[in-house]
Design a protein around this ligand. Structure first.
Ligand code: 5GP
Ligand code: MN
Ligand code: MN
Length: 277
């Protein structure tokens, strides 16, 4: 076991030539009060706010990115409250994806749920289909991405909510081929990738299980094919922080801790704005 950071670096990682310490890949985020360099775009990254946005101190920036789990259950009332909060924020662009907690955004999940007497989510099972069929339309104050892309300030940004199966929540898929098929939808040339879950080996350590739980298909897609400048995710609350591999900066932007306390500050990343914009 690694004694520098206790992150479990005894594991082998697919793309690494040596068994280097994970601490060497750690990066300090930009302080919130640092001036933005001329010609740069400032991204403010958050995720896993879980309907607990009130105490969050939001820093200055140009583009807000939220990497999913903005609610507890995806109830329309939660989505409306989140949308109102987004409306109160001054960013030029606000880009949001869903996570496994946004149950109502996963239409296949909901179709299965209402067929079953699924006692895990009684308040969601009770919803009338007309209240959630168009739940995305409640997000009027942001750009919502679901296996889709948008270009802002010259950056091509792609967002996807899927993550490895974990207790049958929304947007869960088995590891392997099923997830790879979703990552294969990401076009070449994407500058900023937003997924809900982490790639294997980057900010994906679950201490209570002594396990890395990131997706290896996502790691291969990011490092070998897409090579984005920035990859923003959350989901594994314990993995909050920033890493870099020389090509991509990885941000686990989980605002909530593992105990669902919104204590981790938003993470600020400055990237040079593409010249032709
Ligand atoms: P959430 O329920 O908000 O999606 O995830 C909250 C916590 O559940 C994470 O911080 C992590 O502790 C745990 N968790 C989520 N996905 C996995 C997984 O795939 N494996 C393990 N072991 N824990 C997970
Ligand atoms: Mn979460
Ligand atoms: Mn999650």
């Amino acid at each position: 076991m690694c004694i520098v950071c206790c992150m479990g670096c005894h594991a082998e990682f697919p793309n690494w030539n040596s068994r280097q310490c994970m601490a060497e890949y750690r990066v300090d985020p930009v302080p919130h009060d640092a001036p933005k360099p001329p010609g740069y775009t400032r991204f403010v990254c958050i995720s896993d706010t879980h309907s607990r946005t009130d105490p969050i101190q939001m820093p200055y920036g140009d583009v807000l990115i939220h990497a999913g789990d903005f609610t507890e259950l995806g109830l329309p009332s939660e989505v409306k409250k989140f949308n109102e909060w987004l409306g109160s924020l001054p960013y030029e662009y606000k880009i949001v994806i869903a996570g496994n907690h946004e149950l109502t955004f996963d239409q296949e999940f909901m179709a299965d749920l209402i067929k079953q007497d699924f006692y895990y989510f009684p308040s969601v099972s009770k919803l009338k289909p007309e209240s959630y069929e168009n739940v995305q339309s409640l997000l009027t104050n942001c750009i919502y991405l679901q296996d889709s892309e948008v270009t802002v300030r010259g950056f091509r940004i792609y967002g996807s909510p899927w993550q490895p199966w974990f207790y049958g929540w929304g947007f869960n898929l088995p590891r392997g081929q099923a997830l790879l098929e979703k990552w294969n939808l990401i076009p070449d040339g994407i500058d900023i990738l937003i997924t809900h879950g982490p790639p294997l080996g980057f900010l994906d350590w679950v201490p209570k299980k002594m396990q890395r739980v990131g997706c290896v298909e996502l790691l291969n897609t990011v490092q070998r094919r897409i090579q984005p400048r920035l990859h923003v995710f959350g989901h594994i609350h314990e993995g909050y922080g920033v890493m870099a591999d020389g090509t991509t900066t990885y941000v686990n932007a989980s605002v909530c801790t593992v105990n669902y306390q919104p204590l981790n500050p938003p993470i600020v990343i400055d990237l040079p704005t593409p010249r032709n914009t």
